[in-house]
Design a protein around this ligand. Structure first.
Ligand code: NAD
Length: 252
């Protein structure tokens, strides 16, 4: 029998009730981790996930609210005492052409995508310091390292901030030996990229993004979950402050 890669570890995944976060939660659980999932929007998604992974713990909080994050971590602390892995996955993409700037919507994106990981990492520090192999994984985006798609300038800016946050946290947490790395996915089929689209629009988007990758394929949440497993496990023990681009070889 092959050894499970996260046996004995506890992982907290933000925004873990669907999409990439859900795939990470399932894979980490299969690999032996105790998994705590943060969710905000849908009680139903959280319940469905609990049906799929019964020994999962779920914690509700809007990750853009400092107060709610502090209160959630107080519950996580009571339940687990320590965590080994924090995955800052919760995020939104609000597509908006540059000239159609909307102050509240852009600020909301920054609040969730940038302040969320800051708040979570601040509160997780004490719990991670109790681990022998502490790890933080941030979900950036290939948009944050320079690839372009129409209407995503403000989103790309939030993810560029996540890239720098990753590099700086790896430096700032060096004494605590917390490894901090990020994944920069390309176009992955989740609610973020598919919801609200007709079947035809989805087919067109798939064709478009296929034609933009050297592998001629679009991404699935499991591709990102496997990368997260690599970064969470000892397999990546000599990596720190890095951004792994997982986008099928984007051509522009
Ligand atoms: P998704 O929309 O399917 O899932 C995002 C999750 O974050 C949801 O569970 C949602 O409820 C949660 N969330 C949103 N705001 C929250 C808040 N304020 N507090 C707590 N949870 C909140 O999207 P996804 O594709 O699974 O995206 C996951 C991460 O990967 C995001 O950070 C996203 O920016 C990043 N990403 C996705 C893609 C892609 O193509 N899907 C590409 C690059 C990066």
């Amino acid at each position: 029998m092959t050894e499970k890669k996260l046996e004995g570890k506890t992982a907290l995944i933000t925004g873990g009730s669907r999409g990439i976060g859900k795939a990470i939660s399932k894979l980490f659980s299969q690999e032996g981790a105790k998994v705590a999932v943060n969710y905000n929007s849908s009680e139903l998604d959280a319940k469905k996930l609990k049906d799929e992974i019964p020994d999962l713990e779920i914690f509700k909080a809007d990750m853009s609210s400092r107060e709610q994050v502090i209160s959630m971590f107080s519950d996580v602390r009571k339940k687990f005492g320590q965590i080994d892995i924090l995955v800052n996955n919760a995020g939104i993409m609000d597509v908006m052409p540059f000239e159609q700037y909307d102050d509240a919507r852009v600020r909301r994106m920054f609040d969730i995508n940038v302040y969320g990981p800051i708040y979570a990492s601040l509160e997780a520090l004490e719990l991670l310091k109790k681990s022998r192999e502490p790890v933080i994984i941030n979900l950036a985006s290939n948009a944050g390292v320079g690839t372009s798609a129409s209407g995503t300038t403000y989103y790309a800016m939030t993810k560029a901030a996540v890239v720098m946050l990753t590099k700086r946290m790896a430096f700032d947490f060096r004494d605590a030996k917390i490894r901090v790395n990020a994944i920069a996915p390309g176009w992955i089929k989740t609610d973020m990229t598919l919801s609200g689209k007709s079947e035809r629009e989805i087919r067109d988007a798939e064709e478009f993004f296929k034609s933009r990758t050297s592998l001629s394929m679009t991404g699935e949440a499991i591709h990102i979950a496997r990368t997260a497993l690599f970064l969470a496990s000892r397999d990546s023990e000599y990596m720190n402050g890095q951004i792994l681009v997982v986008d099928g070889g984007r051509l522009d």
